[in-house]
Design a protein around this ligand. Structure first.
Ligand SMILES: Nc1ncnc2c1ncn2[C@@H]1O[C@H](COP(=O)(O)OP(=O)(O)OP(=O)(O)O)[C@@H](O)[C@H]1O
Ligand SMILES: [Mg+2]
Length: 463
């Protein structure tokens, strides 16, 4: 059934629609002003909005525009007591799905439209639909995340993207540095111009110089014609210098000059050319340490890091793991033309406790491998690599701290590992609840798991 929002300052209309559609099984909410409607639209997802055109604080058409911007998938129906050609045209132009005249037949006219939306909803795979809607609220372009750390980063990106200030992105390998650089470009006024990437670590010094700045005919053997460099190719757009920490000191000096003067000189040329490029750089090195050890120039560092963005490793935002894992699962299922009922809770749990030295990329590869290997209906622990499957067990010796190499004394008769682990899980759950004074969200945090997983285990063990 559909989630409806009725917007009308005439209470009798609101009541009529609310009562009728509730009776038909829909979830109905009411707003008697455009402002109240906007507040609801900002915090919830509606399948259908039915709005009067004449509202006290804003026209229904303006509300329609707002709704289509924030929630394009929502069906919007305008109703009016005084139909005019102009408003009908506006309604259509701004993407209203229907335009209905108030009167005796209002309900009869609305009912089929709402029925149709409700049927379409039922058809869409519910999980997939909810997840997509969630994505809309929880990510930026191709980046996903709901953890506070990632939300802060999405917000920062949106704030700084429009200007052309330089950005230095740091973070461990696989944390999404390149995705951030792209998101900044996509959300800037430069998005229609090129986004060009170069890995500074992959080129020997002289080659990097001619790649970046270009060269003129005869500048060196083999330079048979003039060639533009990447700075010029990215004119008006964004140049992403990846692995800037691997750039030689000589090249750093040359790059500094270009940034300082806004002009560059192609190799072998006597003439300078203007550059209009936003420079974004990334590195997984600790540049401050590189500076201290004389491998990175401090002046360049300050030029590049006008806005520093530090991406947290995945192990510091574990709550993003289930979301990412499901997203990758969808992606690889589609790519491999397979179907699956999802990830078994036990397998998900292993994903959540693992430390992910390779961060999001490692998770992505892990899911790809699992999709390829899994023969059952759901992704199980069997499809996970040993290092991830055994991670939890490997943590036991630490807790047991028995002193010998692996910290485990295996009895002659062996051990029922699964039962043993279950006991241990239950004990940890109880211990965490005790420590947190019964506050479940805190207990979940102590065990480095999402609240959802915690609930799952609490139920499983009757805690
Ligand atoms: N928040 C995220 N949401 C979805 N996918 C992500 C996210 N972060 C990273 N990825 C994916 O993980 C992989 C690694 O991301 P990316 O290449 O941007 O990382 P990186 O920090 O540049 O890594 P490296 O230092 O190894 O170059 C990519 O396939 C990317 O699509
Ligand atoms: Mg990268």
């Amino acid at each position: 059934m559909a989630h409806l929002l009725i917007v009308d300052d005439e209470r009798s209309i609101c009541e009529l629609l609310e009562i009728s559609f509730r009776k038909e099984g829909h979830k109905v909410e009411v707003a008697t002003s455009a402002e109240a409607a906007r507040r609801k639209l900002a915090s919830q997802i509606f399948d259908i909005v039915v709005s009067d055109i004449c509202l006290p604080d804003m026209t229904g058409v303006e509300l329609l525009r707002y709704c289509k911007e924030t929630s394009p998938a929502t069906t919007f129906i305008l109703i009016t007591g005084v139909p005019t050609i102009d408003t009908a045209i506006d309604a259509v132009n701004f993407g209203a799905d229907r335009y209905v005249v108030k009167g005796d037949r209002l309900l009869d006219e609305l009912r089929p439209a709402i029925q149709q939306v409700a049927e379409n909803l039922a058809l869409k795979s519910e999980a997939g639909y909810l997840r997509r809607e969630l994505r809309r609220l929880t990510g930026l372009d191709h980046m996903i995340g709901t953890s506070p750390k990632m939300r802060d980063i999405f917000e920062l990106i949106q704030n700084i993207a429009p200007q052309s200030s330089r950005v230095l992105i740091t973070g461990e390998s696989g944390t999404g540095k390149e995705l951030v650089a792209r998101a900044i470009h996509e959300n800037s006024a430069r998005s229609k111009k090129p986004f060009i990437t170069i890995n500074c670590g992959a080129f020997p010094e002289t080659l990097l110089e001619s790649e970046l700045f270009g060269y003129v005919k005869g500048a060196f053997t083999g330079a048979n014609e003039n060639r533009r460099g990447l700075f010029q190719a990215a004119d008006g757009g964004t140049l992403f210098l990846d692995e800037i920490g691997n750039m030689s000191v000589t090249m750093q000096v040359k790059l500094y000059r270009v940034l300082q003067e806004g002009k560059l000189r192609p190799v072998g040329s006597t003439e300078e050319a203007d550059v209009d490029v936003r420079v974004i750089t990334a590195t997984n090195k600790d540049l401050e340490k590189e500076i201290a050890e004389g491998r990175f120039r401090e002046d360049l560092f300050y030029r590049l890091s006008v806005i520093p963005i530090q991406l947290p490793p995945l192990r510091e935002r574990r709550e993003d793991i289930p979301l990412l894992a499901r997203e990758f699962l969808d992606r690889f299922l589609k790519a491999m033309a397979k179907t699956s009922d999802g990830i078994e809770p036990e397998a998900m749990r292993r994903l959540e406790v693992y430390d992910w030295p390779g961060n999001v990329r490692e998770l992505e590869n892990t899911i790809e491998r699992a999709v390829a290997l899994e023969t059952g209906k759901r992704i199980s622990t069997e499809a996970l690599p040993d290092r991830i499957r055994n991670h939890f067990q490997a943590a036991i010796p630490e807790a047991a701290a028995n002193g010998n190499g692996h910290g485990i004394v295996l009895q002659e008769e062996g051990v029922n590992l699964e039962e043993h682990i279950q006991k241990l899980e239950r004990s940890y759950l109880l211990a965490a609840l005790e420590r947190s004074g019964g506050v479940r969200t805190q207990a979940a945090a102590l065990l480095k798991m999402s609240y959802r997983s915690f609930r799952h285990y609490a139920k499983k063990y009757g805690v």
